[in-house]
Design a protein around this ligand. Structure first.
Ligand code: DGL
Length: 280
């Protein structure tokens, strides 16, 4: 039994798509989440820089208060850039989202035609391509960078027609191809899954890499006998969400996506790492 929280990190609200699955699948586990909104998007940044930001966040969560028992890098870009680095430097298990997404896509595809939409950083890393090829060298992989979808999610645009137009435009290269499986290789994208499904058609199955990672989290908790003990937290009132950006837009998206009230605090982020803002 380990009553510490599970930590999650992303460049913004994207990692909440992993948290949503965790709230459903591991309802007794406390959540501590950092969205690095100040420094997002991670997609166009250099690999070393993204890895450094991810490590700063992991260290903050691990070293503050009771720490965390496991970190989910709920960001594909940061997983591609920094998973081994964080695993080496943090004294807790660190889970990325790419391999769980790869495995789910390999299980899902029937015609071995798989699409991947992700940030430029994730596409350039070839992490999905290499993972899929390692699992099935006969697979055909089409990777497309769709960075405007990250901005679209963070802007929380209400106009449905405008949203659909941006999604359809970003997916143009994949629409009408033979893919039967599309990996949402950025944790922001499940927030647009209705629009993505609409653009791709019902013959394409969407893979939510962040949500898939929760199976691995569950397995590690069981292997380490580290599930939370009896804990009266059905409403998750002790969960903590941090953003390095503005609290209000983060809180609005988080509450609407997770469908629970959330407490959001502001973190200062600079070259030396993260710290809680004085007013909090
Ligand atoms: N949510 C992130 C991912 O899964 C990154 C989005 C960004 O900051 O570019 O890659």
């Amino acid at each position: 039994m380990d009553n510490r929280a599970i930590g999650y990190m992303d460049s913004g609200v994207g990692g909440l798509t992993a948290v949503k699955q965790a709230l459903y699948q591991l309802p007794n586990e406390q959540v501590k989440y950092v969205g690095d909104t100040l420094r997002m998007p991670y997609g166009p940044r250099r690999t070393e820089e993204v890895a450094k930001f991810a490590l700063q966040i992991g260290q903050y969560l691990n070293e503050t208060d009771d720490g965390i028992k496991l970190l989910v890098i709920a960001c594909n870009t940061a997983t591609a850039a920094g998973l081994p680095l964080l695993q080496e430097h943090l004294p807790i298990p660190v889970v990325g989202v790419i391999q769980p997404g790869v495995e789910s896509a390999l299980d899902t595809t029937e015609n071995n035609e798989v699409g991947v939409i992700a940030t430029q950083g994730t596409v350039d890393s070839n992490a999905y391509y290499n993972g899929l090829m390692a699992g099935n060298p006969g697979i055909d992989v089409r990777q497309v960078a769709t960075p405007d979808l990250v901005t679209l999610v963070e802007s929380n645009l209400a106009d449905e027609a405008e949203k659909q137009a941006v999604v359809t435009d970003q997916l143009a290269e994949l629409i009408g191809t033979d893919i039967d499986t599309l990996i949402l290789g950025c944790t922001h994208f499940p927030l647009l899954s209705n629009e993505i499904q609409q653009a791709m058609g019902d013959q394409v199955t969407l893979v939510n890499a962040g949500a898939e990672a929760i199976n691995l989290v569950e397995q590690i908790l069981d292997d380490n006998d580290a599930r939370h003990g009896i804990y009266p937290m059905a409403n998750h009132e002790d969960d903590l969400y941090f953003t390095t950006g503005d609290i209000e837009p983060f809180q609005k998206i988080a509450e609407s996506w997770l469908e629970i009230p959330v407490t959001v605090k502001h973190l200062e982020a600079d070259d030396n790492g993260l710290s809680l803002s004085k007013e909090d």
